[in-house]
Structure formats: C-alpha cells, structure tokens
Design a protein around this ligand. Structure first.
Ligand SMILES: [Zn+2]
Length: 214
C-alpha cells in the first residue's frame, strides 16, 4: 500500500503507528468538531480518563470554537485535518499550505492560542512530493494503523467498530475514528473499547506522547 511505502520512506515525517516497545495507544477523532457528537465523545473519554487527539477541520473550528477550547481544556491534543476535507493530492503544495493548513491553524489559534504541528491528510492521502514539502516546512503527518470504519454505514454498528479495534490492536497503535452527527456507533462502542484495552494493559496517550514529539 502507498501509505506503508511512504511511512518507510519518510520515517521522520509520515507516521502510521509508533514502536511496539510500550503498550501505548492513541485514539484519534477526525472531521470535527461537530456539535453534540464531539461533546458526547469528550464526555465519554473524560469519564474514562482517556486522553485522545482530535484532527479538526478549519471550517468546523469556525463553527464550534467552544468545543476546540474544551478539547484543550480537558488535556487532549489538537491536529490539523485541512480546511475543507479536500483530497490534497489534487492540490499544489502551495495550495495545500495556503488554502488548507494555514487557514485552519489560524482559526485554531484564534480559538485557543496554539497551532498544532501535526496534521492528518483527508483520506490519509498525500503525494510523495507533498510529504517532502510539508516535512521540510515543519509538519508531521499522522495517519493510522487501525481504521475503525466508523465512517462506513455498511459496517459501523458499535459491535462492528469495537470488534475491528479490539481484534487488530497492537502496542503503538493509532486508531482512526470520527466525529459526525450520525456516528452513533462510535459513541456506543467507545466505553467497551476503552475498558477492554485497559484490561489488556494498554495506556491511552495523545499523538505527541505516543510519538515522543515534545
Ligand atoms: Zn477526515
């Protein structure tokens, strides 16, 4: 797969997972913040004392700055998921920066006074030359090693989501999940996923902690 080759080719810039030396894992939630749904996710992970990472869209940050503040206040991490969820393979490198990443970080700055150095490309998709361009500009590109498929309505019941995550988990895993109005399975599956993985002695950390970025 393209992303496996890219992670091997650009180990300082493009990540699918961390090393397997420690039983750490990072839950990530893309495409928010989305009103009640992101609030529900925050309620659950807060109650379970789990820290997670939210890859947010600039046009959503604009609508829900108070949720971005809550993500930060509750000690989770923010990442940049582009402005408009464009397929970045169809944009020039300058367009990726000027139309997608920088405006999103500007909105995040206005909301919470910080700018994430981590980004996740929509669909996990970037050209090699964009990885090189963004890497040299200081961006870290964070994909995943488990897709929960919570975005896919043909297979996103709570049981199906939990089954995929629990069956495939490994130390150093980055799990892809989403915020979205209709993603009830994600909300229902989370407590079960968290408790089962904790019973398996996993510790939940942010992307920066998982990858020792600080
Ligand atoms: Zn997305």
């Amino acid at each position: 797969m393209t992303v496996n080759r890219q992670a091997a080719a650009y180990p300082a810039w493009f990540f699918l997972a961390a090393s397997e030396e420690e039983r750490l894992m990072a839950l990530t939630f893309d495409d928010g913040p989305v009103g009640d749904h992101t609030a529900q996710l925050l309620d659950i992970i807060g109650a379970e004392q789990v820290r997670a990472t939210f890859f947010v869209l600039g046009n959503q940050v604009q609508d829900y700055p108070e949720l971005v503040q809550r993500i930060v206040d509750e000690d989770h991490e923010l990442g940049n998921h582009s402005w408009s969820h464009a397929d970045l393979r169809s944009l020039s490198n300058e367009e990726i920066l000027k139309e997608e990443l920088i405006p999103t970080n500007e909105r995040i700055w206005e909301a919470v006074g910080l700018t994430p150095p981590i980004m996740r490309p929509p669909y996990g998709a970037l050209r090699d030359d964009s990885i090189e361009f963004l890497g040299e500009a200081g961006w870290l590109m964070i994909n995943w090693s488990i897709d929960s498929f919570d975005w896919d309505s043909s297979q996103n019941s709570a049981e199906e989501i939990a089954g995929k995550v629990l069956t495939c988990s490994h130390p150093g895993v980055i799990v892809l999940m989403h915020s979205g109005e209709h993603l009830n399975g994600t909300v229902s599956a989370l407590p079960q996923i968290i408790r089962a993985l904790r019973a398996g002695r996993y510790e939940f950390v942010t992307i920066s902690e998982l990858l020792s970025l600080d």
